[in-house]
Design a protein around this ligand. Sequence first.
Ligand SMILES: [Zn+2]
Length: 339
Amino acid sequence: MESKLYYSLEYADDLNCLLSSAEDGAQIERTKTLFEEIRASVNNNDEQDRSFWRPVLPWGGVYTIRAGRKAISCTPLYVKISLKNTCTIDGFLMLLYVILRENHTFPREVALFLGKEFVEHFLHLMDSYDYTTVKLLWIWDRMSKRQYRSEIHRTALEIDLFGNEHENFTKNLENLMSTAQESLCTSWACPQLPGAPPGIISISPPHELPHRDLIQSAVDEFFCPRILLCKELGCDGLREFSHRVFCHGAPPFVILNMQLWKSEDLAYVPYHLALSQHRYLLEGATLFNREEHHYSAAFQIDGYWMHYDGLRSDNLILLSKPPELLLLSSLVYIRESDK
Ligand SMILES: [Zn+2]
């Protein structure tokens, strides 16, 4: 069994093969992108029907790969790949798609971090409603093997993405959102160590209530310069930390991990955020249902808020009020255009 598993993984890992077989299938030429279809449906909605007319990025997925000539006698010609618990990437893939389609300069910018090929394939597959391939693209192109479990049952490979969405998605965007801060100790005797290693944005819930917007305050605190007691062994100096900066310039979007925040602190979520001399706008959020250990996402198009939940049959609906009984898992902000 072990060798078969190895073989299947080895084979399936061939991303080019995955993509070329996806393109083999006759794709219908569409005049509108998926984003344009959703936007049209949002703008023409009526009170009776608040759902998008077809399922978008449904939970899970089954993909069949051709094992082709590489197959050895005991291995079947086709291998089925079943995806399980994909909600840990689905919501963010949906948000990423909306962000890239809504902002014309972002695909080029994001391509610098995720690769031009990845971005082009991603948009093409979403626009072709080829949702299982989109997920496999993310899994094989971006995720580390430690972030998903795979098992083989007879001739089918199963990939289980059960876990935390920040582990399965945000973590794989570290380059895009990395920030750094330099530090210098005031003591001449201090073993001068370089500043802390770069890290993605992480904001913490406040210890005491500030007078103004909690989230903006937490972001400011994360970026502002500070002086702390030096932590070097045997040093009693003070260490000055510079203003924190984005390692590669202000990113097109940022994801704030809100898992540690209490819902009462999140009663007010700001629509605008000042971040490293740029203005960011709230674009969406991912939400967590604790009972079902299930993630979903909300995002806006032309000022209308939509809720995406891959498990529902009408999985994209227009919201008239915020979805209930769900915890905020993340907030997603996009950089305001310079125009
Ligand atoms: Zn020191």
